[in-house]
Design a protein around this ligand. Structure first.
Ligand code: SF4
Ligand code: SF4
Length: 407
């Protein structure tokens, strides 16, 4: 049965007299009510409001005024909201020296004062606060869920639709699967192969920097040897990044069999990309399984849709004209609706989309750009379907939807 997806169109900005109709925060408030997201929250629930913070140089992201609208809606229903995000997979991509400096950076920009709820890193100050959750996934059998997501009673997931070279587009499913996983979980999804850290004694100068940077305390120094405890290692790669001599490196120990992806889907666009997308859907299943039925609601922002996600400094000029906002209780349907609307929107007249020969409505601008600009042939326009179809196969929702325009 198709799922209901509620839509507020930002292109309906002016009434017939030329006056502005409403602001984006007002649109989101209307959507929250129309989609009945309040029913996810009971009196006294600790409610995670999951937003993507993006990288330090991010240009776009979820507007704090929109987050504050959701905070107020949660409070109205007796919920206790907290805004949350997780640590990035690699130190080189993350918030400087960890969660505290990330929070300081956000506070400096004045973001926190606008939200009306505390900001709490879901996987702790070093990205290792996690619960290992078993899952009957298509590939993964367990997922490292960020500790505070695991603890929350309810969750409202606010996502920003962007292009993404791993999944074609990224919105709700990516914000849950990757964004609610702790660092080891992120490593498991990203990796097209299982890896281990190896030490080369010849190159080591015994500075012991690796023993200090490893948040998992997996590295020790004993009898003139660097030892790596594989049970503790989460595969984040921080030690290899900080080792000054290249004495530590990640080595592939097991490639996921290509046959697995072939079994799942007749046509491969790229084994690594395909496997990553399937694992992403597996992670969504594990994360949502930590909530009782009906306790999670979803909002997608389909404005400022960029070529890459908000982690990337390449996320500059949007690639399509703004569309609007969506709300639903179905994480698959809301992403399918967001991507369909984005594809139907005309290409942005300047920036990357202007490089395309055809950026008209109906053309997948992100997929076309990946095909044109990235130096390999793994991309096809609709390769985003892989994670949506995997999520549907896992019973997380449906690709069929009824779009109900609210404003
Ligand atoms: S950081 Fe590199 S050079 Fe320093 S002790 Fe560790 S392995 Fe050796
Ligand atoms: S040993 Fe290296 S890769 Fe493993 S958790 Fe520590 S820093 Fe991360």
């Amino acid at each position: 049965m198709p799922a209901d997806v509620y839509f507020a169109d930002v292109r309906n900005q002016y009434d017939k007299h030329g006056f502005p109709t409403m602001s984006n925060p007002q649109r989101v408030q209307k959507l929250f009510e129309a989609a009945d997201l309040g029913s996810c929250i009971s009196e006294g629930d600790m409610v995670a409001i999951k937003i993507p913070f993006g990288g330090l140089t991010r240009q776009y992201g979820i507007n704090p005024f929109i987050v504050s609208v959701v905070v107020e809606e949660v409070k109205k229903r007796g919920g206790i909201p907290f805004i949350t995000e997780t640590y990035a997979w690699h130190f080189s991509m993350s918030w400087g020296a960890g969660a505290p400096s990330g929070l300081m950076n956000i506070a400096k920009k004045g973001y926190t004062q606008l939200l009306g709820a505390p900001l709490i890193f879901a996987d702790g100050i070093k990205g290792v606060h996690r619960e290992v959750v078993p899952v009957d996934g298509l590939i993964l059998k367990e997922v490292d869920v960020a500790g505070e997501i695991y603890q929350a009673d309810a969750m409202i997931v606010i996502s920003h639709l962007t292009g993404h070279p791993m999944s074609g587009y990224a919105a709700t499913l990516k914000n849950i699967g990757m964004g609610c996983s702790a660092r080891r979980g992120k490593a498991m999804i990203h990796a097209g192969a299982e890896t281990k850290v190896v030490w080369n004694k010849e190159k080591c100068i015994f500075c012991l920097r690796c023993t200090r940077v490893c948040a998992s305390k997996a590295i020790s120094y004993e009898n003139n040897e660097i030892r790596i405890d594989r049970d503790l290692c989460i595969g984040c790669g921080d030690c290899t990044f900080f080792c000054p001599t290249g004495a530590l490196r990640m080595e592939v120990i097991h490639r996921h069999p290509e046959e697995l992806a072939k079994l799942y889907k007749g046509q491969l666009c790229s084994p690594a990309t395909e496997i990553q997308q399937i694992k992403l859907a597996d992670a969504v299943k594990a994360i949502l399984s930590t909530f009782k039925e009906g306790k999670v609601g979803f909002i997608n922002d389909v404005t400022n849709v960029t070529y890459e996600c908000d982690c990337s400094p390449n996320a500059t000029v949007p690639i399509i004209c703004d569309v609007g906002f969506l709300a639903s209780k179905d994480p698959v349907a809301i992403d399918k609706a967001a991507i369909d609307l984005a594809i139907q929107s005309p290409g942005y007249p300047v920036g990357l989309a202007s490089l395309l020969e055809d950026a008209s409505p109906g053309v997948d601008k992100a997929g076309s750009l990946y095909k044109k600009l990235l130096p390999n042939d793994i991309y096809r326009e609709d390769f985003w379907r892989i994670h949506l179809e995997a999520a549907e196969k896992l019973g997380l929702g449906t690709l069929e939807y009824n779009l109900k325009q609210v404003v």
